[in-house]
Design a protein around this ligand. Structure first.
Ligand code: F0G
Length: 458
């Protein structure tokens, strides 16, 4: 008999979670104005809101925490981080920040000017927020395949090089802050960018004299997909693939809460000493002195170990197979999601699962609330609420896809939890003909409204 696959870790510490009743959940979600962010974690059984900062650290990371050096300036922990970034990613200059959006804030303060454009592949919401906040425009050049959830294209995170070149031709290079390449592409479904595409984007960046920034939150998962799917990479280690990917980048912003498997932390890495020096001033103003940037020494130590562990094949294989397992269960039940399964999450196609809810009534949010009511599983809407209003016309933006993201935390849940998630979705799907109405917005913030939006059931 073939020996089945099993996780590349065993469990040393556990945290109890509690089931609730449907009556309790009905009360709690109503009190939360149908915004899943407003629930307290005790009201959640399985939390798929995000994979950000919610993973389980290893024994090696906890040991590194104890060795954290809390000196204000020049701490050993800073130098641990510096050495790891140089070894794994190849950058000489870096600044620690407290998380990814802080890295964006500091770096974009140097590079993004009013009236600029930032082409890329489906900018993450905080990235777009930091661009639009500076009265610049994010231009999405993702390939069209990403807009069809049933297309099995293996690199749906890719940039359409023709769309990108059209933007690079249209604007003078002084107006282009940089090209922003998100690896993996979170918004399009945790979908990877191929090495070939990375190379193509790099060639265009050089041709037009524009900087290339990698938004790197899930860069190791991207490298795993290159190894598994791209010809010529099957025998390379993840670390070799990562080194090649980053040869093509001028800059990176990192939310270490994902692929560095820490609960908090981030950084910016630079090829250019000059941009590093300019960013230093903003880092000191917004984050902290340049050798801690809003992080404690112990957190920097855990981050350094996490970068090393997060770029090991066995860890990534366990992680991404678990996400794929959820995909297989949904296949069994006929539930449509962004195919093939992504790196950190399954993105359920809400327009296909709840076909009777009008777009103006937010089908993905409706599905998220129904899933929560079913069994206390918390997910997140990646649809029209997240897309915000157009900054100029103030009209609602309806993205091509209306998705419900089921983000899987690293090393946190077992496949029994995955079975609960899949069965709960199946029950909602079985009731799809009875679900015909969604929600209307009763309160929203002017930007990034999804965090604090309040809704009323229609
Ligand atoms: N870039 C990407 C691709 C992200 O997914 C995120 C965060 C950030 C930047 C910002 O990093 O949260 O550390 O400030 N994504 C989380 C998510 C929040 O749920 O996908 P941060």
């Amino acid at each position: 008999m073939e020996i089945p696959f099993a996780e590349s870790f065993r469990i040393k510490m556990v945290e109890p979670i509690r089931r609730s009743t449907r009556e309790e959940r009905e009360r709690w979600i109503k009190e939360s104005k149908y915004n899943l962010f407003a629930l307290s974690s005790d009201q959640v059984f399985i939390d798929l809101l995000t994979d950000s900062g919610t993973g389980a650290m290893s024994d090696r990371q906890w040991a590194a925490m104890m060795l954290g050096d809390e000196s204000y300036a020049g701490s050993r922990s800073y130098f641990n981080m510096k050495k790891t970034i140089k070894d794994i990613l190849g950058f000489d200059y870096f600044l620690p920040t407290h998380q990814g959006r802080a890295a964006e804030n500091v770096l974009f303060s140097v590079l993004v000017k009013e009236g600029d454009v930032v082409p890329g592949n489906s900018h993450f919401d905080t990235t777009k927020g930091h661009i639009e906040f500076r009265k610049a425009t994010a231009i999405d050049c993702t390939i069209d395949e990403a807009g069809d959830t049933q297309n099995e294209y293996p690199f749906k995170g890719n940039v359409d090089l023709e769309k990108l070149e059209a933007v690079l031709k249209q604007y003078p290079k002084e107006k282009i802050s940089f090209i922003c390449l998100t690896v993996t592409n979170n918004t399009s479904g945790g979908q990877p960018v191929s090495m070939e595409n990375i190379r193509g984007v790099h060639t265009l960046a050089k041709k037009y004299g524009v900087l290339l920034l990698f938004d790197s939150a899930r860069f190791a998962e991207n490298a795993y997909f290159i190894k598994m799917r791209e010809k010529g990479y099957e025998n390379k280690t993840i670390k070799e693939i990562v080194r090649e990917m980053y040869q093509y980048a001028d800059l990176m912003t990192m939310s270490a809460k994902k692929d560095a498997i820490v609960n908090i932390g981030g950084f910016i890495a630079f090829r250019s000493e000059e941009i590093y020096r300019q960013a230093t001033t903003f880092n000191i103003m917004f984050e902290g002195y340049i050798t801690y940037g809003g992080m404690s020494g112990r957190d920097m130590n855990a981050l350094a170990v996490g970068l090393d562990e997060g770029t090991e094949f066995d860890y990534l294989d366990t992680r991404i197979r678990q996400v794929a397992y959820l995909g297989f269960k949904l296949d069994e039940y006929g539930i449509a999601y962004q195919r093939p399964a992504g790196g950190h999450a399954i993105f359920v196609d809400a327009l296909k699962v709840l076909p009777n809810v009008p777009r103006e009534e937010f089908p993905a949010q409706t599905l998220g609330v129904e899933l929560y009511l079913e069994s206390g599983v918390r997910s997140v809407e990646i649809g029209a609420i997240l897309a915000d209003r157009d900054p100029v016309t103030r009209e609602n933006r309806y993205p091509k896809l209306e998705l419900l993201r089921l983000a899987i935390s690293r090393r946190t849940y077992t496949n029994n939890h995955i079975d609960v998630i899949a069965a709960s979705l199946k029950n909602v799907y079985d009731r799809r003909n009875e679900i015909t109405r969604g929600y209307k917005i009763t309160y929203e913030a002017p930007i990034m409204r999804h965090f604090t939006v309040e809704l009323e059931k229609l």
